[in-house]
Design a protein around this ligand. Structure first.
Ligand SMILES: C[S@@+](CC[C@H](N)C(=O)[O-])C[C@H]1O[C@@H](n2cnc3c(N)ncnc32)[C@H](O)[C@@H]1O
Length: 218
């Protein structure tokens, strides 16, 4: 079913992304720990709907969602991609190079928060990004949200990954495995906060581990 969806919607019009993304997951199965292909398919759709040119990605890992974004935005587009680890980015880098999209990526090895703060100090950064994807440390999602709402233009979109947190957001406390409890707590806080935020329009899509799409309204 998933394969059928992949092959019948976004990708036939863009044969290169599917080929390259398959290459990443075939060569590096750990990339499957990242963004799920069905969430990725929706992301590609959103990127094209907002004509995304300047994007931010927080949480790169081996680069599945990064490659998808790089293959979707125009040739003169730019992604500010932030991750604590260079070594995992390096795993996917040969595929990014093979796909001919490395020039669209500005990879920054760092904690994400100081990078966003630094961007906000640059006068032309506020309101200049079209799209952001957040797939990193859950504890900081609300901190990222405040900064990203300033960095995105009105009408721009931020997508948060893992907003179902393995389904635990809807489970009674006692049935949640101990190791998932901190993530459950932060994700419930995030979901409540996004739902009550008048600055955004939101849609929660139960794809993969759940993604929440937020559009900046003003
Ligand atoms: C789930 S993976 C990202 C998966 C990726 N989006 C993909 O499609 O494969 C989470 C990543 O977030 C990074 N990360 C965690 N905390 C971070 C932080 N505070 N700042 C920047 N990156 C962080 C981790 O190093 C890890 O590579």
């Amino acid at each position: 079913m998933r394969q059928y969806l992949l092959e019948t919607s976004v990708y036939p019009r863009e044969p290169k992304p599917l080929k390259e993304l398959r290459a990443v997951t075939a060569t590096h199965p750990r990339a499957m720990m990242g963004t799920s292909p069905d969430s990725g398919q929706l992301m590609a759709m959103l990127l094209t709907l907002v004509n995304a040119k300047r994007t931010i990605e927080i949480g790169v890992f081996t680069g599945y969602s990064l490659l998808l974004t790089a293959l979707t935005i125009p040739d003169d587009g730019k992604i500010t991609a932030i991750d604590l680890n260079w070594d995992t980015y390096e795993i996917g880098l040969p595929i990014i190079k093979k796909a001919g999209v490395e020039h669209k990526i500005n990879f920054i090895q760092s904690e994400a928060l100081p990078v966003l703060d630094k961007l906000l100090e640059t006068s032309d950064s506020e309101g200049s990004f079209d799209f952001a994807f957040v797939d990193a440390d859950k504890i900081n999602y609300l901190n990222y949200h405040e900064r990203l709402l300033k960095l995105l233009r009105v009408g721009g979109i931020v997508v948060y990954d893992n907003t179902l947190w393995g389904g635990t957001v809807a489970m009674p406390e006692e049935s949640v495995p101990e190791w998932m409890k901190p993530g459950q707590h932060y994700t419930i806080e995030l979901n409540k906060s996004l739902a009550a935020d008048p600055r955004i329009q939101i849609s929660h899509a139960p794809l993969g581990d759940g993604i929440t799409i937020c559009k900046r309204l003003y």
